[in-house]
Design a protein around this ligand. Sequence first.
Ligand SMILES: [Zn+2]
Length: 258
Amino acid sequence: MHIHSDEAIILHSRDYGEADRIVTALTRNHGLLRGFARNARKSRKRFGPALEPFALLKLIWNPPRSGELSSLREAEILDLRTGLRRDLPTLALAGYGLELTERLTPEGDLHTEHFALLNAFLDHLGAVGAAPTAKLLFELRLVQLAGLMPHLLHCAICNAPFTEDIVPFSAGYGGGICATCATGNDGPPVNVATLGSLSRCLRAPVTVFADLHLGATTLREGGSILGAALAAHLDRPLASSAFLQLADSMAPVDPRKK
Ligand SMILES: [Zn+2]
């Protein structure tokens, strides 16, 4: 019988029947894993408290012979990430990260960059808590990995580099529109500097969160652009979005937001 072993982050976990659990995990080298953990709620020895969202584990499993569920055999806890429970905004943003990752990671392929991104994002949130910059960087990189990134440095229609300071941003064309191509009804205005900042952020490794700082305009405009790109792609809203908005509304104001 085939046995696989890999590091994995639990994205989703739900009880099944009397004693079992079904989990969705993102593995470092095996892509998305949907696994069935028999007796997980009774056999503390094999799984303990390991199969909870956010946890970084070493998982051992048998791939499915038919159907889509692997059979989980053992889980060793590497990091339960209790630091994410420091406050509501952090927990909400981490949950948003899990759901967005699950929705934007196709099944059946390796996604080592997706794993590296999510792992670094959760580590960062656990260490310093939620902040708008971390959210934007995470969305930006995941949108890029999913192949959904709008045009940032060139006109989405004619591909000419921008010479303007402000351009309309067209969700339909997926990018900014230069003055020659603009019709006056293309979309909300966005600073070309914002597009340049987003582009520069993409040159940093996906695991770097701590050393990047973004201004209020970039956070606001960039957030709108990425939000629109995600909304156009997702067939239904994220369940975690409402919780995230609620937690944000209760969060103290970030002094850098001004
Ligand atoms: Zn153009």
